[in-house]
Design a protein around this ligand. Sequence first.
Ligand code: AMP
Length: 428
Amino acid sequence: MSFKSLGLSEPLLQAIQKKGYETPSPIQAKAIPSVLEGKDVLASAQTGTGKTAGFTLPMLHLLSQGAEQRHRPIRALILTPTRELAAQVFANVKEYSEFLNIRSTVIFGGVNQKPQVNKLRQGVDVLVATPGRLIDLENQGLLSLNKVEIFVLDEADRMLDMGFLRDIERVMKLIPKKRQNLMFSATFSKDIKKLAYSILNNPVQVEATPENTAVEVIKQKVYRVAKGKKTGLIIKLIAEGDWKQVLVFTRTKHGANKLCKKMISSGITAAAIHGNKSQGARTKALAGFKNNSIRVLVATDIAARGLDIPLLPHVINFELPNIAEDYVHRIGRTGRAGAEGEAMSLVSADETLYLKGIEKLIGEKINVEIIEGFEPDPNASTEPIKPGQNRNQGRRRSSNTKSSNNSRNSNSDRNKSRSRNKNSSNRR
Ligand code: AMP
């Protein structure tokens, strides 16, 4: 199968060649023809599957076939949950449209709106946006969505996790009823299905990889360890393994900051990335991680979602997520594009139930290792981590935030934490 046989136009094929893609990924092979036919698409795909090109390429094809409009109204709207994902999708749109007469821009909160508004004033065909800033600028009369022909909802499940349902509903009222809709989600809960039903019109359903196939190329390991010895163990593993690019997941923003400080005081370059960090700090941390000046990036689930860091060799779960699907997302950051990766989890007694849930989801037992000097505490309770701990930490930290956008994010983190705790207690 080639990109050409999918029916994409020559300027797009040129851009694809420049990117070095040889064959379409499974989600691209499945989604592109349906999008080109003008159908609504509901796709089950997560980051790393090539989903962005899966909707961007045919979207650009369709837009470039349309009659040129002098004032360039926004004809395609791509909604993403996080700023990082918005920036990445926009970078992709730019690259794929290099040889087309298509203008695009991106808007998200946490930064000055003026440069974004100036771009919008010049006229754009494709707008990539996070919900908050989009609605904000629309309310100010600085953009209009009444000429949107194609609407893309990316990472719909994370949108709902972050409490964006109301915002999505508001956006739906601002765009024309007659339009093509593309919706992407890694998971399909009842709420996602409900949302899909309300947005999509007789959609073609495509699936990239079942939830857990990505796991197969990833070496997984669990270190059973006493809770209080986790920091020492992670520093030992990174230092002795001489690992250069390590993504570490923590459950809370507070935990991410604390661990980051400890790493730095042990001589390991590290940065934390989470909802309370300013956009500038997040961009800087990510850039440092990509260019290898920062060895360890400590992230919460929300912040890490959608980050495109190809060929990541090591992912460490400092704490297990309480939602088993998140484990698959987290470790999906390694072993991309067929490269082998290693995913390690530091598991204390109170995470035993989470580990069981994960093993059930992926259908296998993960190898367990115990490192001398970092043994698990035989007297520790296996009672899961108290839900209240997360919430209090989130509340305390959010009181320090200044911009409304930051507080929106910390609220979202809290909402998410709340819904997760609810979910996990349902599961128990
Ligand atoms: P995504 O799932 O959209 O975040 O894409 C994940 C990564 O795969 C990105 O770095 C893309 O540039 C890359 N990619 C997308 N499509 C292809 C393809 N057909 N062949 C090789 N790499 C690709």
